[in-house]
Ligand binder design. Structure first.
Ligand SMILES: Cc1cc2nc3c(=O)[nH]c(=O)nc-3n(C[C@H](O)[C@H](O)[C@H](O)COP(=O)(O)OP(=O)(O)OC[C@H]3O[C@@H](n4cnc5c(N)ncnc54)[C@H](O)[C@@H]3O)c2cc1C
Length: 562
């Protein structure tokens, strides 16, 4: 039986031209139960999940008649491409060798500290997600006659040693764009040259549009997203997905004996982390199988693609947006696969603004990745790509209030608690908390970006630092300088306070209209007593629960107001 559900808050407010029927027919499968505390993503049962991913993989696999097409051993070095489908590195290795050795290096640098502020570089939730991704990849390789060699260590130490033991001629891997990853590529290349007679072959595979198909070089990349999008949409075609080889031949076992076997799965403890139990909100399952199942669930079973544009600004529950980002970030999901599925949906069900809008958002993702090539390390620097001179505060107390969800603003506190409990936050929430930290608290945006780096399951340097530079008004596009008014955002996107009450149960007893303005008792409960009221009048929006509210209510901020 289909159920009638009110559309998420965004639908009520985004357009006054909408018909006055704020109800949509959606299948009972997509019903969001606000009282349920944990939502597994994908929401399929393990059996349904397996069936959906196997079906997708079957469609993405080449016929058995396609066999290895070369000589010797090739290594596939898996990095942020933890998938079999649409994997050019795997495809190239298959067609240039008679045996393949898939390798994953658990790089200790990923579990050290963030660059400037010393937060954990990878928090336990993302580490757990990564372990699940590796486990799933290993399982899929085993099903195709291969396996995954897992080593704890730096790729530049591990790969030359393994290449030598197996006499491999080539290491294939996907290319990255940011400085830490580029350094590793250089070191691996040198190490292979010196320690083994193998070469490193890097391929491009992280974006919807291939870098070689862009109508401009990275130096000429447009600084305005719309120009970039229109140009690629009109001048480039999206390449087809690479098919998965059916049977992968492993290398001779004497090489394996020499290196001490396939190696075990990493555990959180080995990574110096402790399990963090997620007791409410979304619980994402890592791996390509879960990613393909989520696409199947969101597009086909729940049929949510056709309403994506209306629901995408929501904040509560698994279904207001695709939730593809954690899998995209680890490369468990190829954006070109998402594109092919959107096109199939458009052929078999319907094409509308929503089906297009998922691609529109994926082009943002591409854009930030290409920008990271153009602007290099400036995306990590305080002044950003435009080198804006500004004195930011690094006040630890203020930052901790924000980080721990103890600002006294329910909308900020709820979002920050969701982030640390689940590793996820909606796009709407990210924009709001970023604006608050930077514009109301006056805190160095890089502290926020590094905290996101610690916590986000979908952390990706290009999208994270790209979006933060936009949010802080130091991005490449000078027009992107927006201030998010909390009362306005609350009224538009959480009018009944359902989102804040989910994350701040102490607000549940309050009438809905009071949940965003709970008054002093809430503030006293959450904001630390030691909190002083900053009084630097030059700063854009001194943080002070009463003055910020007054300022926001009057809409006094001189930035573009959202
Ligand atoms: C301050 C800030 C930091 C962010 N950090 C990251 C990050 O580290 N990693 C990350 O993947 N996204 C980041 N985003 C972008 C965006 O918030 C997430 O991609 C999105 O919320 C993921 O949810 P979804 O998959 O349901 O998105 P959907 O709305 O379903 O969108 C589909 C896909 O489009 C892409 N996309 C959508 N919006 C953006 C965007 N603004 N920038 C880049 N790609 C986008 C994502 O790959 C996403 O999975 C950040 C945004 C902000 C404002």
């Amino acid at each position: 039986m289909p159920v009638l559900l009110p559309l998420p808050p965004s639908v009520f407010f985004i357009s006054t031209r909408r018909p006055k029927i704020p109800l949509v027919m959606i299948s009972s499968a997509s019903k969001f139960a606000p009282n349920a505390t944990i939502h597994r993503v994908p929401g399929f049962s393990p059996d349904d999940s397996r069936a959906a991913s196997e079906e997708a993989l079957r469609r993405q696999t080449s016929p058995a008649s396609v066999t290895h097409g070369g000589k010797g051993v090739a290594i596939v070095w898996f990095r942020n491409d933890l998938r079999l489908h649409d994997n050019e590195a795997l495809h190239r290795a298959f067609s240039t060798s008679e045996a393949i050795l898939p390798v994953y290096c658990v790089d200790p640098r990923h579990f050290a500290s963030t660059h400037r502020f010393g937060f954990p570089k990878t928090g336990p939730l993302r580490a757990r997600f990564l372990i699940e991704c590796i486990e799933d990849l290993k399982g899929s390789l085993v099903k195709r006659g291969s396996d995954l060699l897992i080593r704890h260590g730096k790729p530049e130490d591990v790969l030359p040693m393994i290449a030598k033991a197996f006499g491999a001629h080539t290491v294939y891997a996907h290319k990255e764009t940011c400085s830490e990853e580029l350094l590793v590529e250089r070191l691996v290349r040198n190490g292979l040259r010196q320690g083994a007679a193998a070469k490193l072959q890097l391929v491009w595979g992280s974006t919807l549009y291939h870098i070689d198909d862009l109508p401009f070089g990275s130096a000429d990349l447009p600084d305005i997203y719309t120009q970039f999008r229109k140009s690629v949409e009109s001048k480039c075609a999206i390449r087809s997905c690479f098919k998965i080889p059916m049977n992968l031949r492993p290398p001779p076992s004497n090489g394996l004996d020499e290196v001490g076997g396939w190696g075990g799965m990493p555990s959180l403890e080995q990574l110096g982390l402790h399990e963090k139990k997620c007791d409410r909100g979304m619980h994402f399952i890592g791996g390509e199988s879960a990613a393909l199942a989520r696409v199947s669930e969101y597009f086909w079973k729940k049929d949510l693609l056709k309403v994506y544009k209306e629901t995408r600004n929501g904040m509560l529950g698994p279904d207001y947006s695709t939730k593809f980002s954690p899998w995209l970030a680890f490369g468990c999901l190829s954006p070109r696969y998402v594109y092919e599925e959107v096109k199939r949906y458009e052929r078999e069900r319907e094409a509308n603004d929503s089906t297009y809008w998922v691609l529109f958002e994926l082009i943002w993702r591409d854009y930030f990745r290409f920008l990271s090539i153009k602007y290099r390390n400036s995306i990590f620097q305080a002044g950003g790509p435009r080198k804006v001179a500004q004195n930011w505060s690094q006040d630890q107390t203020l930052f901790e209030c924000w980080r721990d969800g103890r600002t006294g603003y329910p909308l900020i506190d709820a979002n920050m608690r969701e982030l640390s409990s689940t590793g996820f936050m909606s796009n709407r929430g990210r924009q709001i908390v970023c604006s608050f930290l930077v514009r109301d608290m006056g805190i160095d945006w890089r502290m926020g970006a590094e905290w996101f780096e610690t916590c986000l399951l979908d952390y990706d340097p290009c999208s994270n630092y790209g979006n933060w530079t936009y949010g802080a008004g130091v991005g490449n596009d000078p027009r992107e300088d927006r201030y998010f008014s909390i009362p306005k955002q609350a009224q538009t996107y959480d009018p009944k306070g359902e989102y804040v009450a989910f994350w701040l149960p102490e607000l549940q007893p309050l009438p809905t209209e009071k949940r965003h303005f709970p008054g002093n008792s809430y503030i006293k409960q959450v904001v630390p007593l030691k909190f002083g009221i900053p009084n630097n009048p030059n700063r854009q929006g001194n943080y002070n629960s009463s003055t910020v509210f007054r300022k926001q209510k009057r809409g006094m901020n001189n930035k573009k107001h959202c």
